[in-house]
Every structure is written in structure tokens, then in C-alpha cells.
Design a protein around this ligand. Structure first.
Ligand code: HEM
Length: 145
């Protein structure tokens, strides 16, 4: 097995793990929505489940993002070269992290539960931002890189 194959394996597995955590979160949020927009007691109980899930999910997502970035930089340096599209991937990744973190701090963290469904919809906007950025990076990867 060559270093190139190992780096691609890490890069693609890291991407898949990260992408998977987004979908898992989206399904969990959809599942918890009725409880988190219901009574005080129910919302409290569901919030504990949500926080527990986020704790586990963040560990996987953090390792996955670091693996994608490190393997991506090494692939670019040793095999692909610093093309405009490789640099564009780095820029998009930085924008994605900044946009999602900024949205979480400004719109998601201030929510108190139970909340109404309009407020809860902020979660879906967060996933929309994240998936749009993933689509852009994947489009660059498969059609331009
Ligand atoms: C620091 C940011 C990144 C850099 C510098 C980077 C760089 C690269 C390079 C150079 C390749 C080609 C590897 C080769 O075949 O030799 C590649 C492949 C790939 N990248 Fe990235 N990447 C980055 C982030 C990402 C992100 C965030 C995603 C996911 C959204 C991603 C998804 C992929 C996929 C799926 C492939 C495989 C394409 C194929 O098999 O043809 N990359 N990346």
C-alpha cells in the first residue's frame, strides 16, 4: 500500500465520518422536535438526550475534520500540487467552519427549551448551511480539482 493510497483512505474516510455525523444529527433533531417544543418536563428530558448525543458526535466530528484537513494538505503537498482548486477547497472549508460555528453561537445556543417550532427551525437552517458547503466542496473535488 502506498502513502498516496493511505492518505486518500484517511481523507475519504474522514469525510464520510464527518458527513455521517451531520445526517445522524439531522435525524435526531427531527426525532426530538415534538418533545422539545412540548411541555417543560418533556423538553428538559429531551434536552438531556440531545446534549449527550452532541457530546458523542462532537468527538467523532472533531477527529474527522482534523483527519480530512491534514490528509488533504499532505495530498496537495506531495501528490496533487497547490492548484487554484486545492486552495479553493481550503478556503471553502474555512468558510464552512466559520459559518456553522458562527450560526451555532448566534442562533442555536441562545434557544431555551421548550421553544416554538419557528424557533426550532433554526436547527434546520444550520443543516442547510452545512450541506450546502459540503456540496460546494464536493463539486470542486469531483468536477474541478
Ligand atoms: C484542507 C482542505 C482540503 C484539501 C487541501 C483537499 C485536497 C484534496 C486533494 C489534493 C485530493 C486529491 C487526492 C488524490 O487523488 O491524489 C482530494 C480528494 C478528495 N477530497 Fe479533499 N481536500 C480538502 C478538504 C476536503 C473536504 C472538506 C472534503 C469533503 C467535503 C473533501 C473530499 C474529498 C474527496 C471525496 C476526495 C476524493 C476524490 C476522488 O477520489 O477522486 N476534501 N482532496
Amino acid at each position: 500500500m502506498t502513502l498516496h493510497a493511505i492518505l486518500r483512505l484517511v481523507h475519504i474516510t474522514g469525510f464520510a465520518a464527518w458527513f455521517g455525523t451531520i445526517f445522524a444529527s439531522m435525524f435526531l433533531i427531527k426525532t426530538l422536535e415534538p418533545g422539545m417544543t412540548d411541555t417543560e418536563d418533556k423538553a428538559k428530558e429531551y434536552k438531556v438526550l440531545l446534549m449527550r448525543f452532541i457530546g458523542l458526535e462532537t468527538k467523532v466530528a472533531d477527529v474527522a475534520v482534523v483527519s480530512v484537513v491534514l490528509s488533504g494538505l499532505l495530498l496537495t503537498h506531495f501528490y496533487h500540487g497547490w492548484s487554484i482548486w486545492a486552495i479553493m477547497k481550503i478556503v471553502l472549508l474555512v468558510v464552512q467552519v466559520a459559518l456553522t460555528m458562527g450560526y451555532i453561537v448566534r442562533k442555536i445556543q441562545p434557544i431555551t427549551y421548550p421553544c416554538d417550532t419557528t424557533r426550532f427551525a433554526s436547527w434546520y437552517r444550520l443543516f442547510a448551511i452545512s450541506l450546502t458547503m459540503f456540496s460546494l466542496v464536493l463539486a470542486v473535488t469531483f468536477f474541478l480539482l
